[in-house]
Design a protein around this ligand. Sequence first.
Ligand code: GMT
Length: 375
Amino acid sequence: MKIGITCYPTYGGSGAVATELGLDLARRGHEVHFITYQSPFRLRGYAKRVFFHEVDTTISRYPLFDHYPYELALASRQYEVAMQERLDLLHVHYAIPHATAAYLAREMLRQTYPIKVITTLHGTDITLVGQEASFYAISRFSIEQSDGVTAVSKFLRDETYRAFGCVQCELAVIPNFVNLADYRPGVATARDSLVPPDHKLLVHVSNFREVKRVKDVVRIFARLRRAMPATLMLVGDGPERVDVEQEARDLGAADDVHFLGRIDSAAPLLAAADLFVLPSQSESFGLAALEAMACGTPVLATRVAGLPELITDDVEGLLEPVGSVEAMARRAIDLLRDPVRHARMREAALARAAQFSTDVVVPQYEAYYDRVMAR
Ligand code: GMT
């Protein structure tokens, strides 16, 4: 099949999933064309049957444009690439504005040939942005007009039905996945190069948006650090970072908190960690948690949205209500003081992650493409 993929190319779960999906589809013999404004962050170097088509944004500073109409430039590029490459389908990730642009491209192509549009919903496109008054109607329209729609968890499917009604759409659940060749315990960075020998290592990875509650990570850590020597490493960057840095200073924990910024692959760090911390307000799936589990690291997370579909409390990790910093710290301390229980949880995390490996999940997308193409 010839597949066009549009996603946000920047640091984030939806772009990561879209890119890993494209790379694996190409390994399976499909031809994949990424269409976006910059090369996706996980797309590095040459890969057979993978192509990148840049959406030109150079005219964005034209004086008439207070707000650059990116979605029109994107629709135009999707149309051109589809015509030139004879794409079978456009698979867009994150509804706004990608599903809307793909709808336009499909309408432009209608006279020539009937391309299919599949939209994958990832999270805040439904739970936050899509429910903003100014985006609600266009989100609903773009979802309903897609030829196929997938959601990354049952939670997100049900939330889409609840929030949008979506009478005409049938949503398939296809979960996030992880490449076990890249994310595995064996890739761990040597611990003595990361932390003093007696320290426990806690890791968090995110784009530092409010929904991630990164300050809670530091609050949990500050409490845990009173009970045992420990280091916290925070990977990623975003709007909350300055406040999180201040929180670490205010709590007197800054010496043991390291802000690493955006790094290409966190796998070596995840594999070296004792605990991955994800106290999000909402998390439709929690790709970062899955990647940590694939590296054999248990997860301390919130019992919210899609996270309980991935993690069972006390099996592969620990789940507590949003904001319950005391309880999360207490449970982390108990776990890290019990090496036998911790080792059992590591094994359970690895076994659970294997159920979401690329080999298991990507064929579900292929089967879904076949179903949509046959309609
Ligand atoms: O919806 C978002 O916040 C954006 C998106 C991203 O690009 O980081 O994250 C979402 O998509 C991921 C991949 O499907 C999921 O694993 C994340 O749980 C989800 N984030 C939220 O729901 C907050």
